[in-house]
Design a protein around this ligand. Sequence first.
Ligand code: FEO
Ligand code: CA
Ligand code: CA
Ligand code: CA
Length: 597
Amino acid sequence: MTQSHDDMPANPSGNRPFDAVLRIRLSRREVLSGGLAGAAAFLAPSALRAAAPASKGDLIGFTPVAVDDGGGPRPTISPDYEFQVLVPWGDPLQPGGPAFRWPPNAADQAEQLGIGHDGLAFFTIDGANDHGLLVLNHEFGRNRHVLGKRAPASLDEVRVSQHAHGVSVVAIRRIDGRWDSVASPFARRIHANTPVAFSGPAADHPLLQNPSADVPRGTLNNCACGTTPWGTYLTCEENFQGYFGATRPWKPSDVEARYGLRAKGFNYGWEAFDPRFELNHPDHANEANRFGWVVEIDPFDPDHVPVKRTALGRFKHEGIAITEGRDGRLVGYMADDQAFEYLYKFVTDDDWRTLRDRGQSPLDHGRLYVARFNDDGTGTWRELTLDNPALAARFGSQAEVLVHARIAADLLGATPMDRPEWTTVAPDGRVYCALTNNRARRVPDAANPLAPNPDGHVIRWRDADDHLGTTFTWDIFLVAQETHGTEATFSDPDGVWADPDGRLFILTDGGQQVGLNNQLLVADTATGEVRRLLTGVPGCEVTGIAMTPDRRTAFVNLQHPGNGDPNKSTFPSNVPGTVPRDATIALWRKDGGVVGS
Ligand code: FEO
Ligand code: CA
Ligand code: CA
Ligand code: CA
């Protein structure tokens, strides 16, 4: 989500300023001139076209989108590729469901695709490459876009907004070369009022119970996602705080302020009609603690109650990248997206198969760590555990540590990062993370070397002991830049996904220069070469990426086209004045090759 709230630091821990003894070795000038060992240079399409052969390696062969493409009303894609639109906001979940009309009503919206398409995953049905479940997050939708007004005027209108959020499970199939949604017993919506369950160390803690003893409900601001080896979807709750507000004077506690809760929220106005979101309401005193989690959904069980996995900690979860480490233990890399927040990892206590054979969820049994980046290119993972005296002095239980993970991480001396977004694990074992920007940074460090950092960068690291170790080495893969001499570039990397061949797909979310819209780029992690595969439409973010098992079709989302304003974009409609609709696009190579090649 591009919004100023992410730029506003909520972290008063002062972790870096206390580290004045550390020398900052890299000046801004050195970074911009490529002084970082191994940092990739972004090359303009014209430069790439001039090269023969175009690629230093063989991974990326497509003709890139030129720098002056991309200002138009439709996405621009490499001439080697084709795309189509599917599952826009408001389409019925399956044939026969309520058709889109604007603004929607609450009952219809609960049976239609939500808005704010973000992270997504494709779950094949029977191994097919042309049939599966698309599970996608609906991160946010502003009232003006969803309701056509600044604020809801009734509880029913609040319900419309709430039903537009959450997650969709929709079955899709390619028939005669075109993808479309099809009837399925698995199609379902999960939204802000769907009953959910808590699991893990904090599940039964009083901090997650309300005085009203109500059943936990809902998932919100579902940003990026992950998948598990046992075939479930993990949706990550990011800016949950924005849905809470106060209709009467209210001041946050230090803990609430640390999580960014504010009397106005993001001006959704839900609190005016739904007491769950009223910060003053005594019956719902702990409602905000029920958000900010990683939530597991089984897409193949339409009755499955989504489970919030407390062992993974509570913060503004951007996404989760799961990989299998030594001895079958799972490792999940996670970022907390706000200026000066942290990177985390979760490591299961045992082989995930062993845990599941015992009837236990691997996501309930493990250790949570936060990253400390040293300026010499090394780093450490520090465990959020009550065994640490610094945490034992502050918290009464591991459950409290997890509910207030940001504060525990402060006490462990974690490194404040430049808005960490998606993480991904490349086939060589390196982990990549997009640091989207940080205009508030005044003091650089080696891992966040620009102050301010207007355009972001991509950092990568390699953990010791096959992902299980508590030490790592890191370097900066890429520094995003806008215009640099005659080379037009890009800014605000957000989504990153590494394919099994070593391509890194980079999706952007921010203002782009020279008339460019947000972009989908492909990088070669071995050579550092980067090419632009697609540009979106005005006002939209390009986010979310998933592929069929054969990687011949990719699914990418265009979020908030025109920022919801029909004067800026009517995508996907060509009819002037039409309200734009967030949508997925399917894209493929014309020659049937692997997407990204
Ligand atoms: Fe939802 Fe940080 O992007
Ligand atoms: Ca977004
Ligand atoms: Ca972003
Ligand atoms: Ca994002």
